[in-house]
Design a protein around this ligand. Structure first.
Ligand SMILES: *[C@@H]1O[C@H](CO)[C@@H](O)[C@H](O)[C@H]1NC(C)=O
Ligand SMILES: *[C@@H]1O[C@H](CO)[C@@H](O)[C@H](O)[C@H]1NC(C)=O
Length: 434
């Protein structure tokens, strides 16, 4: 893909008298215009606190997480519903984005297998066993009849991305785990750079692979580096020597470079420590301790306008909204405020995970209403955890019921229509459409 600098030069050249009549010029120009003139009007860039499309409009993601990082390594729910019906459901309430998660293990296996991905058929059997694997796979085929025995895991991701493009839903691709499994704990071997399953070279290779692969997904506008970095409690040596902001900065520079060199069009989301609950040193420009380096745009030469911050919040027992708002501000949203002298580095900031039990009245409680109020005030982007009515498998249990899921167990309809009408739709309206 062309860099925006090159595109500018070509357009300028074409504007010179006469040159547009050359036969090579027309198809080139059409190609360039086609990208900027149709949804998603990419590539997206950042401008201060905002994400902007190529037309200069603000882009605010208002969406939901859709897990694909579990042991089957394809997006969940497809044994119950078609990709089209799930994307339609998301779209029907105005949500405009999905945070689609994947595991680095999928790419590692492609490399081990001479570039060939595993079939979905084999993946179901491997993850769910000889009895349940084929059974769930046949349900998957019945609901998604365009797939077949040679369909690979990545082709399912491709189909999700294609449906999102068709329905104009942004895809934000998130590396959730290295080893495919439910996330996250501090002793799951996937917590920090260099942890048992978290090999840094495999990780950057996987980021590059997906960034490059995603060039064929028109809906793909951004990628994250890594979900919920956390203390590696099962590895005290690593924890003592490396779990700090200095090593964070070293590694995130490798990750951003891997994505940007493979696909310079993508926004790249940076996540912080302690399960991505804060990114304050980046915002306030303080030293990445125990080192002395500070965040510098010079370390991201040529793509400093592609960086976005993301945090998560699960302070579900909050009983004071002002405290929760202050916490969100101090953890990261301060970066939206150029007028705050402590916000040394201004970025777009998104709440890429928050959520609550959908089976009761939690949506009327302090946490849920306060988060919604805050996102509306800040006009900030967000992804609620989670669309899943259930998972193929989670923590060893198959067909796991997700009571926090927006959808019911069989992904057919909303779990809490009251929340969707009274909470979710107004939140979409107040942020993405506000
Ligand atoms: C099987 O599905 C894949 C995509 O999932 C498709 O590319 C391929 O053409 C299909 N093969 C047949 C024989 O239908
Ligand atoms: C890294 O990928 C290779 C395959 O290329 C795999 O054999 C190895 O187990 C992976 N490392 C980790 C820590 O997962």
């Amino acid at each position: 893909m062309m860099s925006s600098g090159l595109r500018f030069t070509l357009v300028s050249l074409l504007a010179l008298g006469g040159i547009s009549s050359f036969s090579w010029a027309s198809p080139l120009k059409v190609d360039i215009d086609a990208r900027a003139d149709s949804w998603p009007y990419g590539p997206l860039v950042t401008s201060g606190r905002d994400m902007k499309n190529a037309r200069g409009d603000n882009v605010v993601y208002a969406g939901t997480n859709w897990p694909g990082h579990g042991e089957v390594m394809i997006p969940d729910g497809l044994q119950y519903q078609s990709i089209e019906s799930i994307v339609s459901k998301i779209k029907s309430v105005g949500m405009n984005a999905i945070r689609l998660t994947y595991a680095i293990q999928m790419i590692d296996e492609i490399y081990s297998n001479n570039g060939k991905d595993t079939t979905v058929k084999d993946s179901f059997t491997k993850a769910l066993g000889q009895t349940n694997g084929p059974k769930v796979y046949s349900q998957f085929l019945a609901k998604n009849p365009s797939f077949n025995d040679s369909t690979t895991r990545l082709q399912v991701f491709d189909a999700v991305a294609a449906e999102c493009a068709k329905q104009k839903v942004f895809v934000h691709l998130d590396n959730h785990m290295s080893k495919a499994a439910w996330c996250c704990s501090t002793n799951d071997g996937n917590s920090w750079f260099g942890d048992r399953d978290f090999n840094v070279e495999n990780w950057t290779r996987g980021l590059s692979y997906m960034a490059n692969h995603g060039k064929d997904w028109p809906a793909l506008t951004s990628m994250s580096l890594r979900n919920e970095l956390r203390k590696p409690d099962s590895n005290p040596t690593l924890s003592g020597q490396s779990y700090n902001w200095r090593d964070w900065y070293t590694n995130i520079k490798k990750g951003t470079s891997a994505i940007n060199s493979a696909n310079p069009d993508l926004l790249i989301f940076l996540s912080g420590l302690d399960f991505d609950t804060y990114v304050t040193p980046v915002v306030q420009g303080t030293a990445f301790t125990p080192g002395s380096a500070k965040f510098s745009t010079a370390d991201f030469e040529g793509y400093a306008n592609k960086l976005v911050l993301e945090i998560h919040n699960y302070q579900n027992s909050a009983n004071n909204c002002n405290n929760l708002k202050n916490s969100l501000y101090n953890s990261g949203f301060q970066a939206l405020h150029a007028d705050d002298s402590k916000a040394v580095n201004v970025f777009p900031v998104l709440l890429t995970e928050f959520g609550f039990d959908m089976t009761g009245n939690a949506w009327r409680g302090t946490y849920a209403t306060c988060i919604a109020e805050y996102l509306a005030e800040q006009k900030a982007g967000w992804f609620i955890w989670v669309i899943s009515g259930s998972y193929y498998i989670r923590s060893g249990r198959q067909d796991f019921e997700e009571t926090w899921g927006l959808l019911k167990h069989d992904w057919s309809d909303w779990r809490s229509p009251a929340y969707v009408e009274g909470g979710l739709k107004p939140l979409v309206k107040a942020t993405a459409q506000g």
